[in-house]
Design a protein. Sequence first.
Length: 107
Amino acid sequence: MAEKKNMTPELNEELPPIELLTLEDGDGNEITFEIIASLEHEGERYVGVVEYIDDPEKLTGEEQLVILHVGTDDEGDYYDVVEDDEELYQVGKKIEKLLEDEYDIQA
C-alpha cells in the first residue's frame, strides 16, 4: 500500500511563500498566476504556473498548468508561451516529474 503524505502543516510550521506573477493577456486583462515549478532545460529557464485562486474552496482540481519560457532583456525578465510542440513536451515531462509527489497530474 502506498504511503500517504500529510499535506497539512504542523501548527508551528510556516507555509512556503507563494510566488505570484501577474501577466496581461491579448485583450489587456491582467491575470495572476502562481508559480508552482521552475527549472532549466537546455540552458533556458521555464516556469510552470496555474491561475491563482486565493480561496481554497473555489479550487476544482481541474486547474490548468501553463508552461512559460523565461527570457531576459534590458528591462528584466519576460515570459512567453512555449509554442514549439517538442520543446513543450520535453519541458512538460520535466515539470510533471518535479510535481508528481505534490499534485495529482493528469495528462
